[in-house]
Design a binder for this molecule. Structure first.
Ligand code: 5GP
Ligand code: MN
Length: 346
């Protein structure tokens, strides 16, 4: 990690007002890493630490200790505006572009407070004063672990911090099934376990707390809304606003659904299209060399990682799917080379 000495100096004055922000529609990594860092800073005698999320986080993360202190900017515009304005130091976690904080992006850009980025997405934008970026890392939670240990050593990882970081690593790797083919992640997990956390319980709290409606929505996705395009080795799921209404959709209910497409033999690109008021929200997942970060950036106004990315498209569901199929037709002409990193220059 570069700049460790400067970061130590930045964190030497414990009266500083510290703000931690993560991206819109926060996932387990965004919340786990933010609250993990929050606990570390609180344990290090900072009195004034706030965590802001642009919008609500899914209920399966509510068990994370002190996640109830997170300020949801969408519901607390004034308070979040004041905190952003008054912050002396801002940690930006799990995103590479301030635009990913959506409604609070312009206020964040305006502040003079130094911004520290800790993130594992490729190509961080130049809005940050200190950048700790590692695309090889499984998750931002893993990077928060490295950050805390570099600053203060192994003993600074309390059981509570370990619970938060464990949640981040587990959710961002699909329970250790992608993005973690390296021994370091497992060493870190072993150390987190040594603090006394109950990994099995955390797994149950995250994955075994579906509402009946969420379970039935999943069934609906797989039986009624899954389309397989074998000619493009692609499978996609689409959900209309009517579907969401019918199954009483709550934030986080479609988390992970996109991955099912990849479970089909011979499929290496999976997508989910979800109808929202303003646009169609899209998630992509891929296996192997196909870079969905490029697909999302180039064609769908988004971004992400090589094998997990997202974006949006302003059209009807039908129009969006047509457009997606035309993109596939185009890129498949050259055997998907356009999405294999060769044209990565945007
Ligand atoms: P998900 O599909 O689970 O929403 O997101 C997968 C990955 O893509 C995450 O790393 C997330 O940060 C990124 N991502 C999702 N949607 C967008 C988007 O609209 N823009 C950008 N730049 N990244 C996105
Ligand atoms: Mn992440």
């Amino acid at each position: 990690m570069n700049n460790l000495q400067s970061l130590r100096e930045l964190l030497s004055d414990k009266s500083k007002k510290i703000l931690i922000v993560s991206h819109v529609n926060p996932d387990g990594d965004a919340i786990g890493s933010s609250i993990g860092l929050y606990h570390y800073l609180r344990n290090s005698s900072f009195e004034n630490v706030n965590v802001i999320s642009p919008n609500a986080f899914p209920s399966f993360l509510e068990w994370i200790p002190e996640s109830e202190t997170i300020i949801i900017a969408q519901n607390n515009t004034k308070l979040s505006g004041k905190i952003i304005k008054e912050a002396d130091l801002i940690f930006c976690l799990d995103f590479n572009d301030i635009a990913r904080t959506e409604d609070i992006a312009s206020r964040l850009k305006k502040t003079g407070a130094p911004k520290i980025l800790i993130d594992h997405h490729p190509d961080p934008r130049p809005h940050f004063d200190y950048v700790y970026s590692d695309v090889e890392s499984s998750s931002t939670a893993e990077m928060i672990y490295e950050f805390i240990v570099s600053l203060e050593g192994n003993n600074a990882i309390s059981k509570t911090i370990a619970e938060c970081l464990y949640a981040g690593i587990i959710t961002d790797t699909g329970s250790l099934s992608f993005g973690c083919n390296n021994p370091r992640t497992y060493y870190i997990l072993a150390h987190l376990m040594e603090t006394g956390i109950d990994g099995e319980k955390i797994h149950r709290l995250i994955y075994d707390t579906y509402s009946e409606e969420r379970m039935r929505l999943l069934g609906h996705c797989l039986s009624q809304r899954l389309k397989v395009l074998p000619q493009y080795q692609t499978a996609f799921i689409f959900l209309t606003s009517q579907d969401l209404k019918e199954f009483n959709y709550k934030d986080g209910d479609t988390e992970g659904v996109v991955n099912y497409g990849l479970s089909i033999k011979g499929i290496f690109l999976a997508a989910i299209f979800i109808e929202r008021k303003e646009n169609i929200k899209i998630s992509f997942r891929s296996e192997g060399n196909l870079d969905v970060n490029i697909l999302a950036r180039k064609y769908f106004n988004g971004g992400g990682h090589k094998n997990a990315a997202g974006g949006n498209y302003k059209d009807s569901m039908e129009g969006t799917i047509k457009y997606f199929e035309s993109v596939l037709k185009d890129v498949s002409k050259d055997n998907f080379k356009a999405l294999q990193g060769l044209e990565y220059n945007s």
